[in-house]
Design a protein. Structure first.
Length: 401
């Protein structure tokens, strides 16, 4: 193993390697054993042909290390910024590699994410990206799609770029430090009809108004008359002052509020039931948003409150809060109570009080059979593993001198 000092680059988007390693590939071990037996046979028999074969074998090792090892030292890499995804969705990891060398191209590159020992290694599939060629002074891109398997805030750290070109004997690897955070929000599923019906009863419209035109009673603005506007909307006094017809617009009425509260989990709840319930809360919130409501979220035992809001912005805030939610949070705010009277109460337990919805079993609330905690493909049997490598069209650009 050879350590290299990390140096800043003129373009801070690309990172230089922090470490490099050389290791024997399994075919390389077989190759070495073959060369060793040729050498033993040559020394015992003093056969010139065997000596020539031994020399060719050693030359193959040297060529395998030099031909692809030298170009690797001129590579720099960057990873595209990742997006927030949900459990069971696919995350695109995009890379660009720049070859600062002037003579040697790099061939048959493999790009792997190296998960540190302190991080969970089972939160995504470990599928490498590949890159066929990066010429001198060029930038090439590639990507892979990996499935997010667990909810939470996860860390991407070190990236390994390796090659066994040209003979597959020695694996040459460069390691790049590219820290990045990936947020995986809970899985959102279609709710059963009976559960959807629980979202509607008992809701009344808020007295608040949106800061936009709509069908409410509160005055919003004046605008010029357009053909087709009802005569009753014309403001005659304002029209007389402006010497042209203007109509009154009213503010849009805010949608009904729906407070969703989550009961604290028990200490002995298993991970699957906990994740199922978090997915249920996210699905309830998403369905309420689709129903033109303004859902709010109260998780007193975790010290979290998401104010009622309609549209995608409110859903994003709720998913962010649920992404950060951990079972251990129940101990820090154990005695906290909800500040608002909830319209829906969700429980982590399968046995619950009247009027409380349970999310522990997905078959009780989801239309389809879903999993909220998945097993990465790397942990499954090889016979069941399917390749999901996605190689983007290689784009080439000259590096400015």
């Amino acid at each position: 193993m050879i350590s290299l000092p990390t140096r800043s680059t003129p373009d801070d988007r690309f990172v230089r390697p922090s470490r490099r390693t050389y290791s024997l590939h399994p075919p390389g071990i077989i190759y070495l054993l073959t060369v060793f037996f040729i050498a033993v046979g040559g020394f015992n028999s003093q056969n010139n042909l065997l000596f020539w074969a031994f020399g060719v074998g050693i030359a193959g090792l040297l060529i395998s290390g030099i031909v692809s090892g030298a170009p690797l030292m001129h590579l720099q890499i960057k990873r595209a910024r990742t997006e927030t995804v949900g459990v069971a969705e696919h995350l695109r990891l995009g890379y660009e590699i720049r070859n600062n060398g002037r003579l040697w191209p790099a061939y048959a590159l493999r790009i792997d994410e190296v998960i540190s020992k302190s991080a969970r290694s089972d939160w995504m599939d470990r599928i490498p990206a590949v890159m066929a060629h990066v010429g001198p002074g060029q930038v090439s891109g590639s990507s892979t799609r990996v499935r997010a398997c667990r909810r939470g805030v996860h860390e991407l750290g070190r990236v390994r770029v390796s090659t066994t070109f040209p003979f597959g004997l020695i694996r040459k690897s460069l390691y790049f430090d590219l820290p990045q955070t990936v947020r995986v929000h809970p899985r959102i599923a279609e709710l059963q009809r009976e559960v959807k019906a629980r979202i509607q009863p008992g809701l009344i419209y808020s007295t608040r108004s949106h800061n936009r035109a709509g069908q409410g009673d509160e005055f919003f603005a004046l605008r010029e008359y357009m053909p087709g506007d009802p005569m009753r909307t014309i403001s005659w006094r304002a029209s007389a002052r402006k010497d042209t017809l203007v109509v009154k617009q009213h503010a849009a009425l805010a949608p009904p509020r729906l407070w969703i509260a989550v009961e604290p989990p028990s200490a002995d709840i298993d991970e699957r039931s906990f994740e199922n319930t978090i997915a249920f809360v996210a699905s309830l919130y998403a369905q309420a948003s689709r129903d033109q409501l303004a859902p709010g979220l109260q998780i007193a035992w975790a010290g979290m409150t998401v104010a009622p809001s309609s549209g995608s912005a409110g859903l994003d805030r709720a998913l962010e809060a649920l992404t950060n939610l951990q079972q251990q949070d129940a101990t820090s705010h154990a005695t906290a109570t909800n500040q608002n009277d909830p319209d829906l109460i969700v429980s982590f337990s399968a046995i619950h009080a009247e009027g409380v919805l349970s999310g522990a079993d997905t078959s009780d609330w989801a239309v389809d059979d879903i999993e909220t905690v998945l097993m990465p493909a790397a942990h499954q049997k090889r016979s069941k593993r399917k390749s999901q490598v996605a190689i983007s069209p290689t784009t080439t650009a000259r590096v400015p001198a």
